[in-house]
Write a protein that binds this ligand. Sequence first.
Ligand code: DC
Length: 263
Amino acid sequence: MVDKVDKVDKGLPGKRVNLVNFVNLINLILRLMKRIIITIDGWSSCGKSTLAKQLARELGYVYIDSGAMYRAITLYLLRNHVDWTKHSAVKEVLKNIKLEFISNHKTGQTEMHLNNENVEYVIRDLLVAEKVSEIAAIPEVREFAVAQQQEMGKKKGIVMDGRDIGTVVFPDAELKIFMTADNGIRVQRRFKELYEKNPNVTIDEVRANLEMRDYIDSHRQVSPLRKAEDAIELDNTNLSERQQFDMAFQWAKASIDGVKPNV
Ligand code: DC
Protein backbone atom coordinates (compact mmCIF):
# COMPACT_ATOMS: atom_id res chain seq x y z
CA MET A 1 0.00 0.00 0.00
CA VAL A 2 2.75 2.40 1.08
CA ASP A 3 4.59 1.40 -2.04
CA LYS A 4 1.64 2.23 -4.23
CA VAL A 5 1.05 5.65 -2.61
CA ASP A 6 4.76 6.38 -2.95
CA LYS A 7 4.65 5.51 -6.61
CA VAL A 8 1.61 7.68 -7.19
CA ASP A 9 3.16 10.61 -5.29
CA LYS A 10 6.48 10.24 -7.05
CA GLY A 11 4.72 10.07 -10.37
CA LEU A 12 2.84 13.35 -9.97
CA PRO A 13 5.64 15.95 -10.13
CA GLY A 14 6.94 14.33 -13.30
CA LYS A 15 3.50 14.44 -14.85
CA ARG A 16 3.06 18.05 -13.76
CA VAL A 17 6.37 19.00 -15.34
CA ASN A 18 5.32 17.29 -18.54
CA LEU A 19 1.99 19.08 -18.51
CA VAL A 20 3.68 22.46 -17.84
CA ASN A 21 6.10 21.82 -20.72
CA PHE A 22 3.22 20.86 -22.95
CA VAL A 23 1.21 23.99 -22.05
CA ASN A 24 4.33 26.15 -22.59
CA LEU A 25 4.89 24.53 -25.97
CA ILE A 26 1.27 25.15 -27.01
CA ASN A 27 1.54 28.77 -25.83
CA LEU A 28 4.76 29.19 -27.81
CA ILE A 29 3.16 27.74 -30.96
CA LEU A 30 0.10 29.98 -30.53
CA ARG A 31 2.38 32.98 -30.02
CA LEU A 32 4.35 32.14 -33.16
CA MET A 33 1.12 31.80 -35.11
CA LYS A 34 -0.38 35.10 -33.94
CA ARG A 35 1.96 37.78 -35.15
CA ILE A 36 1.53 41.38 -34.11
CA ILE A 37 3.03 44.81 -34.85
CA ILE A 38 5.21 46.38 -32.16
CA THR A 39 6.08 50.07 -32.49
CA ILE A 40 8.85 51.79 -30.53
CA ASP A 41 8.97 55.57 -30.70
CA GLY A 42 10.90 58.09 -28.67
CA TRP A 43 13.65 60.68 -28.45
CA SER A 44 17.01 60.27 -30.18
CA SER A 45 19.47 57.89 -28.51
CA CYS A 46 17.03 56.40 -26.03
CA GLY A 47 18.04 52.86 -26.90
CA LYS A 48 15.05 52.21 -29.17
CA SER A 49 16.98 50.14 -31.68
CA THR A 50 18.66 48.00 -29.00
CA LEU A 51 15.29 47.06 -27.54
CA ALA A 52 13.63 46.64 -30.94
CA LYS A 53 16.38 44.28 -32.14
CA GLN A 54 16.19 42.19 -28.97
CA LEU A 55 12.40 41.87 -29.17
CA ALA A 56 12.52 40.98 -32.85
CA ARG A 57 15.18 38.33 -32.24
CA GLU A 58 13.31 36.77 -29.34
CA LEU A 59 9.96 36.70 -31.18
CA GLY A 60 11.36 35.75 -34.60
CA TYR A 61 10.05 39.04 -36.02
CA VAL A 62 11.52 41.42 -38.58
CA TYR A 63 13.21 44.53 -37.19
CA ILE A 64 12.91 47.76 -39.16
CA ASP A 65 14.90 50.87 -38.28
CA SER A 66 12.73 53.55 -39.92
CA GLY A 67 15.30 56.25 -39.08
CA ALA A 68 17.75 54.51 -41.42
CA MET A 69 15.40 55.31 -44.31
CA TYR A 70 15.42 59.05 -43.50
CA ARG A 71 19.19 58.90 -43.07
CA ALA A 72 19.68 57.17 -46.45
CA ILE A 73 17.48 59.76 -48.19
CA THR A 74 19.52 62.51 -46.52
CA LEU A 75 22.75 60.91 -47.73
CA TYR A 76 21.39 60.78 -51.28
CA LEU A 77 20.36 64.46 -51.22
CA LEU A 78 23.72 65.51 -49.79
CA ARG A 79 25.74 63.49 -52.29
CA ASN A 80 23.69 64.80 -55.22
CA HIS A 81 23.71 68.41 -54.01
CA VAL A 82 19.94 68.61 -54.09
CA ASP A 83 18.52 71.87 -52.72
CA TRP A 84 16.03 70.39 -50.24
CA THR A 85 14.44 73.73 -49.50
CA LYS A 86 12.75 73.23 -52.90
CA HIS A 87 10.28 70.46 -52.13
CA SER A 88 9.36 69.93 -55.78
CA ALA A 89 13.02 69.13 -56.53
CA VAL A 90 13.08 66.67 -53.65
CA LYS A 91 9.90 65.01 -54.89
CA GLU A 92 11.49 64.60 -58.31
CA VAL A 93 14.67 62.92 -57.06
CA LEU A 94 12.80 60.58 -54.71
CA LYS A 95 11.94 58.65 -57.88
CA ASN A 96 15.63 57.73 -58.17
CA ILE A 97 15.93 56.39 -54.65
CA LYS A 98 15.63 52.68 -53.92
CA LEU A 99 15.77 51.74 -50.24
CA GLU A 100 16.17 48.15 -49.08
CA PHE A 101 16.83 46.43 -45.77
CA ILE A 102 19.12 43.49 -46.49
CA SER A 103 20.19 40.93 -43.92
CA ASN A 104 23.94 40.62 -43.34
CA HIS A 105 24.52 36.90 -42.79
CA LYS A 106 27.77 37.52 -40.91
CA THR A 107 26.28 39.83 -38.27
CA GLY A 108 22.68 38.61 -38.44
CA GLN A 109 21.58 42.28 -38.65
CA THR A 110 19.57 43.96 -41.38
CA GLU A 111 21.42 46.78 -43.10
CA MET A 112 20.25 49.74 -45.15
CA HIS A 113 21.05 49.64 -48.87
CA LEU A 114 20.62 52.75 -50.99
CA ASN A 115 20.42 52.04 -54.72
CA ASN A 116 22.20 48.69 -54.21
CA GLU A 117 24.98 50.17 -52.05
CA ASN A 118 25.36 49.18 -48.41
CA VAL A 119 25.20 52.53 -46.58
CA GLU A 120 24.52 51.20 -43.07
CA TYR A 121 27.72 52.73 -41.66
CA VAL A 122 27.91 55.97 -43.67
CA ILE A 123 24.40 57.02 -42.62
CA ARG A 124 25.46 57.02 -38.94
CA ASP A 125 27.97 59.80 -39.63
CA LEU A 126 27.50 63.16 -37.88
CA LEU A 127 27.32 64.87 -41.30
CA VAL A 128 24.12 62.96 -42.03
CA ALA A 129 22.85 63.37 -38.44
CA GLU A 130 23.20 67.15 -38.75
CA LYS A 131 20.76 67.33 -41.68
CA VAL A 132 18.44 64.35 -41.27
CA SER A 133 15.82 66.02 -39.05
CA GLU A 134 15.38 68.85 -41.55
CA ILE A 135 14.91 66.36 -44.36
CA ALA A 136 12.64 64.09 -42.35
CA ALA A 137 10.35 67.10 -41.83
CA ILE A 138 9.66 67.43 -45.60
CA PRO A 139 6.09 66.14 -46.27
CA GLU A 140 7.05 64.52 -49.61
CA VAL A 141 9.89 62.63 -47.93
CA ARG A 142 7.60 61.35 -45.17
CA GLU A 143 4.96 60.25 -47.65
CA PHE A 144 7.62 58.32 -49.58
CA ALA A 145 9.01 56.59 -46.47
CA VAL A 146 5.70 55.94 -44.67
CA ALA A 147 4.16 54.16 -47.70
CA GLN A 148 7.10 51.72 -47.74
CA GLN A 149 6.98 51.22 -43.97
CA GLN A 150 3.27 50.38 -44.09
CA GLU A 151 3.93 47.89 -46.88
CA MET A 152 6.57 46.16 -44.71
CA GLY A 153 4.03 45.76 -41.89
CA LYS A 154 1.32 44.12 -44.00
CA LYS A 155 2.27 40.61 -42.91
CA LYS A 156 2.74 41.73 -39.29
CA GLY A 157 5.46 40.03 -37.21
CA ILE A 158 7.42 43.27 -37.21
CA VAL A 159 9.11 45.56 -34.67
CA MET A 160 9.65 49.05 -36.07
CA ASP A 161 11.28 51.96 -34.29
CA GLY A 162 11.16 55.67 -35.10
CA ARG A 163 9.25 58.82 -34.19
CA ASP A 164 5.77 58.43 -35.71
CA ILE A 165 5.38 54.67 -35.94
CA GLY A 166 2.69 54.32 -33.27
CA THR A 167 0.94 57.56 -34.20
CA VAL A 168 0.98 57.61 -38.01
CA VAL A 169 2.53 54.52 -39.61
CA PHE A 170 0.73 51.85 -37.56
CA PRO A 171 -1.94 53.59 -35.46
CA ASP A 172 -3.61 50.19 -34.86
CA ALA A 173 -0.46 48.38 -33.70
CA GLU A 174 -1.11 45.85 -30.94
CA LEU A 175 1.79 47.09 -28.78
CA LYS A 176 3.16 50.64 -28.72
CA ILE A 177 6.14 51.63 -26.60
CA PHE A 178 7.32 55.20 -26.11
CA MET A 179 10.88 55.45 -24.81
CA THR A 180 12.43 58.25 -22.80
CA ALA A 181 15.64 58.68 -20.82
CA ASP A 182 17.45 61.46 -19.02
CA ASN A 183 19.13 63.91 -21.46
CA GLY A 184 22.61 63.58 -19.94
CA ILE A 185 22.47 59.79 -20.21
CA ARG A 186 21.37 60.00 -23.84
CA VAL A 187 24.25 62.33 -24.71
CA GLN A 188 26.75 59.98 -23.03
CA ARG A 189 25.38 56.95 -24.86
CA ARG A 190 25.46 58.67 -28.24
CA PHE A 191 28.93 60.09 -27.63
CA LYS A 192 30.29 56.65 -26.76
CA GLU A 193 28.78 55.20 -29.94
CA LEU A 194 30.17 57.94 -32.21
CA TYR A 195 33.55 58.17 -30.47
CA GLU A 196 34.24 54.51 -31.27
CA LYS A 197 33.98 55.38 -34.97
CA ASN A 198 35.48 58.86 -34.87
CA PRO A 199 37.70 59.92 -31.91
CA ASN A 200 37.60 63.55 -33.11
CA VAL A 201 33.98 63.98 -32.15
CA THR A 202 33.35 66.12 -29.03
CA ILE A 203 30.65 65.75 -26.41
CA ASP A 204 29.45 69.32 -27.05
CA GLU A 205 28.90 68.52 -30.74
CA VAL A 206 26.92 65.43 -29.80
CA ARG A 207 24.82 67.32 -27.23
CA ALA A 208 24.06 70.13 -29.70
CA ASN A 209 23.08 67.67 -32.41
CA LEU A 210 20.81 65.69 -30.09
CA GLU A 211 19.05 68.80 -28.78
CA MET A 212 18.58 70.15 -32.29
CA ARG A 213 17.15 66.85 -33.58
CA ASP A 214 14.78 66.46 -30.61
CA TYR A 215 13.54 70.00 -31.17
CA ILE A 216 12.96 69.64 -34.92
CA ASP A 217 11.48 66.12 -34.59
CA SER A 218 8.95 67.23 -31.98
CA HIS A 219 8.06 70.63 -33.53
CA ARG A 220 7.70 69.81 -37.22
CA GLN A 221 4.28 70.24 -38.84
CA VAL A 222 3.92 66.76 -40.28
CA SER A 223 3.90 63.78 -37.89
CA PRO A 224 5.82 65.37 -35.01
CA LEU A 225 7.29 63.11 -32.38
CA ARG A 226 4.73 62.53 -29.66
CA LYS A 227 3.56 59.69 -27.49
CA ALA A 228 0.50 57.88 -28.86
CA GLU A 229 -2.30 57.94 -26.32
CA ASP A 230 -2.29 54.16 -26.06
CA ALA A 231 1.51 53.80 -25.89
CA ILE A 232 3.28 52.50 -22.80
CA GLU A 233 6.00 54.87 -21.61
CA LEU A 234 9.34 53.27 -20.83
CA ASP A 235 11.86 55.51 -19.07
CA ASN A 236 15.12 53.58 -19.09
CA THR A 237 17.31 56.13 -17.28
CA ASN A 238 17.82 53.74 -14.37
CA LEU A 239 17.22 50.43 -16.11
CA SER A 240 19.76 47.94 -17.40
CA GLU A 241 19.31 46.58 -20.92
CA ARG A 242 18.22 43.28 -19.38
CA GLN A 243 15.59 44.87 -17.11
CA GLN A 244 14.24 46.94 -19.98
CA PHE A 245 14.03 43.90 -22.23
CA ASP A 246 12.32 41.74 -19.58
CA MET A 247 9.62 44.38 -19.09
CA ALA A 248 9.00 44.90 -22.78
CA PHE A 249 9.01 41.17 -23.50
CA GLN A 250 6.27 40.62 -20.90
CA TRP A 251 4.23 43.38 -22.58
CA ALA A 252 4.80 41.76 -25.96
CA LYS A 253 3.70 38.33 -24.74
CA ALA A 254 0.56 39.82 -23.18
CA SER A 255 -0.23 41.74 -26.37
CA ILE A 256 0.17 38.61 -28.49
CA ASP A 257 -2.17 36.78 -26.11
CA GLY A 258 -4.65 39.65 -26.52
CA VAL A 259 -4.31 40.71 -22.86
CA LYS A 260 -3.70 44.27 -21.68
CA PRO A 261 -0.01 44.45 -20.60
CA ASN A 262 0.54 44.75 -16.86
CA VAL A 263 2.52 48.02 -16.61
O1 DC B 1 16.28 57.09 -35.16
P1 DC B 1 17.33 57.94 -35.90
O2 DC B 1 18.13 58.81 -34.99
O3 DC B 1 18.21 57.10 -36.76
O4 DC B 1 16.49 58.89 -36.86
C1 DC B 1 17.11 59.79 -37.71
C2 DC B 1 16.21 60.98 -37.92
O5 DC B 1 15.08 60.59 -38.71
C3 DC B 1 15.66 61.62 -36.66
O6 DC B 1 16.21 62.89 -36.46
C4 DC B 1 14.20 61.78 -36.88
C5 DC B 1 13.90 61.13 -38.19
N1 DC B 1 12.88 60.09 -38.08
C6 DC B 1 11.58 60.47 -38.29
O7 DC B 1 11.30 61.64 -38.48
N2 DC B 1 10.62 59.53 -38.28
C7 DC B 1 10.91 58.25 -38.06
N3 DC B 1 9.93 57.35 -38.07
C8 DC B 1 12.24 57.85 -37.82
C9 DC B 1 13.21 58.81 -37.82
